[in-house]
Design a protein around this ligand. Sequence first.
Ligand SMILES: *Cc1c(COP(=O)(O)O)cnc(C)c1O
Length: 391
Amino acid sequence: MAEANAAGERGEAVVFGAPLIEQASIDEVVDTLRSGWIGAGPRVARFEQMLEAYLDVPHVVCVASGTAALYLALRCVDVGPGDEVLLPTMTFVACAQAIELTGATPVVVDSEADTNLISLELAERAITQRTRAILVVHLAGRPVDLRRLRRLSDERGLAVIEDATHALGARFDGRTIGSSENLTVFSFNPQKNITSIDGGAIATRDETVAARARQMARHGVDLSSWERYRDGRPGKYEVTSPGFKFGMTDVQAAVALHQLPRLDGWIASRARQWHAYDSALADLPVRTPAPTTGRMRHARHLYQVMVEDSSPLGRDELIASLQARNIGTGVHYRAIHLHSYFRDRYGLEPADFPVATEASARLMSLPIGPSLSGAGQARVIDALHTLLAGR
Ligand SMILES: *Cc1c(COP(=O)(O)O)cnc(C)c1O
């Protein structure tokens, strides 16, 4: 039905999560390629310093991806075989995969109904003798309540890792996400608030942790000897820890160097698009995101709506109908416990995670971000009105 006349309505494609790459990034990449130093080098160091200043944290270590950063962060708090790590089930599978890679067991926790963030109450109930850490996710860019989390982790002796892959630029209680006592992980993959094509970072206040992450990311090579090697004494490096090849390259940093200065402006424009959606969708059978509180700055990474029962189209039909109009959307996420690997391996039942199970079937993410034009957003809003209000 709707698809039959969709062809006439196909305007310019609205691509979900398209990055905005400006000329400054392109020029910097070209300069980098011509410079003769394309691996990890001065541009990565500069990007790390810029992040330290932006986040107001003493140490940032850039790595190859957010997933690598999650894994290294877990290793840095000594998560390993025999340990359990709590995490939200409503997140990207990378979180559970990074935990498994350490040899530990991911223990997924249901969400709060209004925000879809991890329920700290349920997390507390899931603590056992073996629970070593909790990995929280600032989903969509909305900060988890870090005060409550701190109380829980202090009382129960848990290490905390913050997955801030959606939350670069967010704040809680006046502090940037990434400046807390916890290890915080960022991602710069093409869909995130800023990109380095692929890349990630660990932010920490602890110099020893930063040095450890840096060393593990570079084959376990003791860095003081690496520096000697770089000074012209090859063969003198020493491996003193487990190691991986998880570094970021200067070409990646070249892209991101010109993205970070744009971040605050981009979050402001995301917030304007956010409020435009909030008012334009108010009469439709979708639940718009919970309002923010005064204690936080939301990073506005994902604008997610819950498709309600009264909607003439289910979530998946709505996604398909928008796609037919050349409008891309996203699903963040189908919860971890619903994926067959995790479900079967850990014997997880959908009914044990009612909030996330329901959200997995109803949540969808609408296009938002600096590459979405005003006309593009108007097209998304018009299409939603046509499809959902029957106009
Ligand atoms: C993007 C993402 C990651 C992984 O980041 P990559 O850089 O793609 O490896 C981890 N957790 C969440 C919640 C993410 O959205």
